[in-house]
Every structure is written in C-alpha cells, then in structure tokens.
Design a protein around this ligand. Structure first.
Ligand code: TA6
Length: 319
C-alpha cells in the first residue's frame, strides 16, 4: 500500500464543458479513461500495464497479442509493460540476480491511486486537456518470493496521462528505506504498425548500441534511420536526441520522447522468435508491431534512503 503521503493530489475537475470519463471495471481489474475528443486509454491493474491507447480518430496505437494473458497470471504480451528493477535477464552476483527477466513490476498487481484532470492547454506545452491516472506499487504488495529476492523498501508511482496530443507515462521511484539500492527501468512499449516492411525508426544516430542479435556486440550507430528487415534487438545507449520517431511509408506515425531517460531499445522478434512465443499471436503479428522502449538500462540508477528518481515518455500519434 503506497501511504497517503505519496498519493497524488487530485486537481478538481473544471465545471465547464464535457469532462474526461474514468471507469473502473466491475471486476476491479482495469481502469479506462476517455476524453471528450474520443482519445482513450485502458490500464490493467496487473503490472499497471497500458493495454490500449486510441487516438481521437479511433486508431489503436499499441499492439496487443491476440494470445496476451490478461488474467493476472503472466506478464502481458503487448501494450506497455513496466520493466523494474532490472532489464533483461538479471546479472549474476547482483542484488537482482534472483529476480525474473525484466523484474517484478510487470507481473504484480498495482493499486489504483486515483485520477486528476486539468484543462490548461496541450500536453506537450506543459498543461493539457487531459486526465491523469496514478498507480502505486510498494514492497508490501510484492509476493513473498519477490520480497525475498529483492529485499528493499521502495515505492513506485506510475502516472498515465491521456492528453489530446499524446500519452505520457512516467515512473517515480522512491527509496523508502535506509539502505541504498540500484535499479534499472524501462517502458517496454509495443507499437502497432500497418506493415513492418515499410517502417523505419529515426533519431538513433550518433551513438553506440548493443546488438543482442549479434551476441551483444557493441556497434556505432551512424545511420539516421533503422529499417526493420529481420530479428532486431538493439539497446541504444546515451542517445543525444530525446525523440525516436516511427515512420510508416516514410511518413511520421509516432514520436517517442524520452523524459529523464538516456537509452532506447528497438525490438522485433521476427518470424522464428514470434512463432516460438506461446503468447505471441498471430504468428505473423511481428509484421504489425515494433517495440521502441525508453529506459535507463545501461548501468544502474542508485538511490540512497529517501531519494527519488522519475523518468518516462511522452508519445505522440500522427493519426
Ligand atoms: O526489450 C527486448 C527484450 O529484452 C528482448 O530481448 C526480448 O527478450 C523481449 O525483451 C521480450 O522479453 P519477455 O521477457 O517479455 O519475453
């Protein structure tokens, strides 16, 4: 339970004009928010996983496997799984060594902390006609196994803000204990694309990347764009530009803007790996998705007792 000191203060809704609509499902498993413009977002309490984000055109911007498990028994294949406190398979001889791949945040039930709305201009200009949903996770909500595997006193507040010109997802990490801990975080976003053959990503030049398809060897990234023509699994480190764009047929489709995060992962499992994942469907679904994942995964963030870290993304859709 995230104590009230960390619960967000709700901004009272304005009395003028139609209001954003927030609903909690009857089985208390999902929160849905909808703007008067038609934009909508759906968040499972399991993993605080965003599983749908639609633009006011009705266009779904996120990819969700047709075999994604949504009953809370397994991390969701699709949407925006939260990776914390470790990215990838945990290193040996490390505080995270006993955790599962990508940590526990995406496979633990979070608490819905509440909503706040405001109408003070576009999201990208600091205000917004928007609605913010807050979710909390702290040590007391972890399974005994996770608590044993990573025995630190922490609290997370994840804010999902649906605005007219984008979706913002921010993770606030606080060390509630006296002992310092280090962590990695990443938003493992699965974006929906029409056809991967005509998709490229830009904003990845001028840095180096770890290519996990080539035995995690390091390479320099000189090309301004990356086309996805096979299995792709790259960790771009300390990017200079804060925006990675996804282009469909050479036209801007989505812009992913990092906020206080330095790294971006680009992943597509392609044919064989997609087929090998039991919860990845349809098999050819790799043609309609690409993961652009913002995070702090090259090295570790360290928090002393009482310190906090916040990072996230603002994603803008062009359709
Ligand atoms: O972010 C890319 C990645 O680390 C890939 O290496 C692949 O493992 C992917 O995450 C999915 O991981 P998952 O544990 O969700 O199957």
């Amino acid at each position: 339970m995230v104590d009230r000191a960390h619960k967000p203060s709700a901004i009272s809704a304005s009395s003028t004009g139609p209001q954003p609509q927030v609903d909690i499902s009857a089985d208390d498993s999902k929160v849905t928010a909808r703007l008067p413009t038609g934009d909508s977002v759906e968040v499972l309490l399991y993993g605080a996983t965003v599983i749908s984000w639609k633009s006011n055109s009705g266009q779904e911007n996120l990819w969700l496997s047709q075999k994604a498990v949504l009953d809370g028994s397994k991390a969701v294949r699709g949407g925006i799984p939260i990776v914390f406190p470790v990215f990838g398979p945990p290193p040996q001889n490390h505080a995270t060594s006993s955790l599962p791949q990508h940590g526990f945040a995406r496979s633990t039930r979070w608490e819905y902390l509440g909503k706040s709305t405001s109408e003070s201009g576009a999201l990208s200009r600091g205000g917004d006609d928007s609605v913010k949903l807050d979710f909390g996770l702290s040590q007391s909500q972890l399974s005994p196994e996770s608590r044993k595997a990573w025995p630190y006193d922490f609290s997370l507040v994840y804010s999902v803000t649906l605005g007219k010109d984008g979706l913002q997802t921010m993770l606030n990490v606080r060390n509630e204990g006296k002992e310092s801990f280090e962590f990695q975080m990443l938003l493992h976003t699965y974006f929906a694309v029409k056809n991967i053959s005509n998709v490229s990503t830009s904003g990845l030049a001028g840095t180096s990347y770890i290519d996990k398809v080539l035995d995690a060897t390091e390479h320099s990234s000189s090309s301004p764009t990356l086309s996805i023509t096979g299995e792709t699994d790259r960790v771009y480190k300390s990017l200079k530009q804060d925006t990675t764009s996804i282009l469909q047929d050479d036209k801007p489709r989505l812009d992913v803007v990092r906020d206080n995060l330095t790294d971006t992962v680009v992943w597509n499992p392609w044919k064989e790996k997609a087929k090998a994942m039991g919860d990845f469907a349809p098999d050819e679904g790799y043609m309609n998705m690409v993961c652009v994942e913002v995070g702090s995964v090259d090295g570790w963030q360290k928090l002393e007792g009482g310190e906090t870290f916040e990072g996230g993304q603002l994603v803008k859709s062009h359709i």
